[in-house]
Design a protein around this ligand. Structure first.
Ligand SMILES: Nc1ncnc2c1ncn2[C@@H]1O[C@H](COP(=O)(O)OP(=O)(O)O)[C@@H](O)[C@H]1O
Ligand SMILES: [Mg+2]
Length: 348
């Protein structure tokens, strides 16, 4: 890949990870990131397994085994990696799949790790094949082979690493090669949060930011957050701004509804791009099925953005269905469009 192309690729990947967040949203999320397992809301099954793995590792006085977190953006994968480092009181070094261009980029990082340190690789499904193969022996035997000299004098040198822990995060576990997946001791999948858990996230964040909010207000923000804590925090911020300008600064259900409708966020939390996607399947493809590449080009978006950011929630919410021939609207999808069609066209 050329330098330029790779740079654009990295930009795109970062954009996808941030999911349309502004700089302020990024800073806010850092402030609101849970710092211990006790702070971390929901995902009970994942937390249960993590707790056992952590305790067992402490008991054996060994580094925790390599972990893979998968799931849609904004559900807490990065937060969990940092929590584990904090619980184990170890250093965490973070990088991402697209940022590691050559195997050589990793040599410095790996050889600088001390016993028990954590290497966090975000978007690990985007590692190049060459880099991936370089990582296998590092994960397996804590050794790396590197090539010195060229041509007939080329030889490989083995280098011993300290026993570190690799934590990978991915929005697309399915894209990980089998050999890489197999080298993780544990693979943990994060799913969308329940409205109750999200309401707890909203109350916790409001508490940390000193924003007055009642139960109904928290529940309403939760309902519109697409099962995603990162979105819940973003909406909380929008609603806070609104109530500070338009009322006394405290959040209620009614004010939440008005604030979020003014941003085009409806009662299911769908935003412009989600609605456009459903709309295009209906209007241009007769309700589907339509392939994701065709959809992406109609929307003028990357297929990755469609598959990683937009689709998962629409599938979970039952508005969209995946079939071998492509994406299709469900009955609920049609109903949703009918309800929201009043502005643009008179469909039903
Ligand atoms: N379980 C949780 N409890 C409270 N806040 C959470 C939780 N999970 C995520 N968050 C919030 O959402 C933000 C995004 O989470 P992050 O770990 O960056 O997600 P991911 O890495 O999966 O995209 C965090 O900064 C934090 O504010
Ligand atoms: Mg992350």
């Amino acid at each position: 890949m050329s330098e330029n192309k790779r740079e654009r690729y990295i930009d795109k990947a970062e954009e996808t990870v941030r999911n349309g967040e502004s700089e302020d949203d990024v800073i806010l999320n850092l402030r609101l990131r849970p710092e211990s397992l006790k702070d971390f809301i929901g995902q009970d099954e994942v937390l249960g397994m993590l707790e056992i793995a952590l305790k067992a590792a402490i008991k054996r006085d060994e580094p925790i085994e390599h972990l893979l977190f998968s799931g849609p953006p904004g559900l807490g994968k990065t937060s969990l990696a940092h929590i584990i480092a904090r619980e184990r009181r170890t250093k965490i070094v973070t990088t991402s799949g697209p940022a590691i261009e050559r195997a050589g980029d990793l040599v410095g990082i790996l050889t600088n790790l001390s016993e028990g340190d954590i290497l966090f690789i975000d978007e690990i499904h985007r590692l190049s094949r060459v880099v991936e193969e370089f990582i296998y022996p590092a994960m397996e035997n804590f050794q790396i082979d590197f090539l010195v000299d060229k041509g007939p004098y080329a030889r490989t040198i083995k280098f011993n690493l300290k026993t570190f822990t690799l934590i990978g995060a991915t929005t697309r576990a399915g894209l990980l090669s089998a050999p890489l997946r197999d080298r993780f001791g544990m693979s943990l999948h994060l799913d969308f949060y329940s409205p109750e858990d999200l309401a707890s996230v909203v109350r916790r964040s409001a508490g940390l930011l000193g924003i007055p909010i009642d139960e109904d207000g928290a529940a309403e923000i939760a309902r519109r957050s697409r099962g995603t804590p990162r979105i819940a925090n973003r909406l909380l911020r929008r609603v806070r701004d609104w109530v500070q300008v338009k009322s006394d600064g405290s959040i209620t259900r009614e004010r939440t509804v008005r604030a979020l409708e003014s941003h085009g966020i409806d009662e299911m939390g769908l935003a412009r791009l989600d609605r456009k996607l459903l709309d295009i399947i209906f209007a241009s493809y007769n309700g589907g099925p339509v392939g994701v590449a065709a959809l992406a080009s109609s929307l003028n978006e990357e297929t990755d953005t469609i598959e990683e950011v937009v689709e998962p929630y629409l599938l979970m919410a039952g508005l969209l269905r995946r079939t071998p021939r492509g994406r299709e609207l469900t009955d609920q999808g049609y109903k949703y469009l009918g309800k929201h069609a009043k502005i643009k066209h008179d469909l039903f």
